[in-house]
Write a new protein. Structure first.
Length: 339
């Protein structure tokens, strides 16, 4: 009988490790990591990691926009995909660009500390520009737009994660077809500069959403053949879209409020998990509790478990590897990649 596998993606775990003081010890997590089979990751985008976990080639461009739109249909009938589901979609996300000497750097994406009314005002401003430019807005969810295009782009926009902290001029595609998209981005920037909510925030010295970023282009891929029965727990649009595309059983993370599913289930689990908001120690305690549960399941239920982070690094533990008592436990900062 095949051992059930639990795979937990914790996208920002290495960032938590980097911020962990040396005097803070996490015995269950340290045990899990020290006795695991470690595989270093070299991916620069966590969506590529998600793609790989669902059996796709992570070197391919991840169609984030198409998966986001499909994820928005969660809870509705998704057995038959429409022509628009199969079309080329592009995502547009609100971002913050900030001048830095001779550069303009993306310092953030998403709505950050914007109140609901402020988000609505910014969203209406962006939407108006897109519609005025003839964009076919296929869907809009949580401040993310998906735009349906008549034909595929001949270039690729860098992802949000790749563009964060970089000079926007350097990461924007240098392709003749990209000029119209640069112009559209400038149109959005001018509209957002004049947006009343941003004028108020500017006067208060607060961060502004002052642009959009186009990225994640592509159409839905074919379902993979590498997935047998799998249950997926996620609130992330890419994992949700991939789960729906591959007919996995899908639930939101709220279903895990009382803990992982019972140890007698025979379905592989993939959990795209984020510690609940809180201070550093609170989030570390949540990860520590998760590691303790995984170790218990491995020891008593003949399961295998893996923890994967946003660059693709992975720690896999089986029942046999839990017996490696000679492996010395070390602080989690050890696992942070050296610059």
């Amino acid at each position: 009988m095949k051992a059930v596998r639990i795979t937990v993606l914790i996208e920002h775990l290495l960032s938590l490790f980097a911020a962990t003081p040396d005097d803070v010890r996490l015995p269950s997590l340290e045990t899990f990591l020290s006795r695991a089979r470690f595989t270093p990751g070299q991916l620069d985008d966590s969506d590529a990691v998600r793609y790989k976990l669902f059996g796709y080639d992570p070197s391919d461009s991840v169609p984030v926009a198409a998966l986001t739109r499909l994820a928005g249909r969660y809870g509705r009938e998704t057995s038959e995909l429409s022509l628009e589901d199969r079309s080329y979609l592009l995502r547009a996300d609100p971002v913050t660009l900030r001048p830095d000497l001779s550069r303009v750097v993306m310092t953030g994406f998403g709505y950050a500390d914007y109140e609901a009314q402020e988000q609505q005002e910014v969203g209406e401003t962006i939407r108006a520009v897109l519609l005025a430019e003839g964009m076919n807005i296929a869907s809009e969810q949580d401040g993310r737009w998906t735009i349906a295009l008549e034909r595929a782009l001949e270039f690729t926009f860098p992802s949000l994660q790749q563009a964060l902290g970089m000079d926007a001029a350097e990461v924007l595609p240098d392709h003749p077809q990209a000029r119209s998209w640069r112009r559209l981005m400038n149109e959005v920037q001018m509209a957002l500069y004049a947006c009343p909510v941003n004028q108020r925030r500017r006067e208060q010295g607060r961060q502004e959403i002052n642009s959009v970023w186009f990225w994640g282009g592509g159409g839905l891929p074919e379902p993979t053949t590498s997935l047998v029965e799998r249950a997926v727990y996620s609130d992330h649009p890419v994992s949700k879209g991939l789960a729906l595309l591959n007919s996995c059983r899908l639930d939101g993370l709220e279903k895990l409020a009382d803990g992982l599913p019972g140890g007698d289930q025979a379905t592989d689990l993939m959990i795209d998990w984020t510690p609940q908001q809180g201070d550093l120690l609170s989030q570390l305690r949540q990860v520590e509790s998760l590691a303790a549960v995984l170790l218990d399941r491995i020891s008593h239920n003949k399961m295998q478990a893996g923890i994967v982070v946003g660059n693709g690094s992975a720690w896999h533990v089986s029942r046999v590897s839990t017996l490696r008592f000679w492996q010395r436990k070390i602080p989690v900062r050890h696992w942070v990649p050296k610059e």
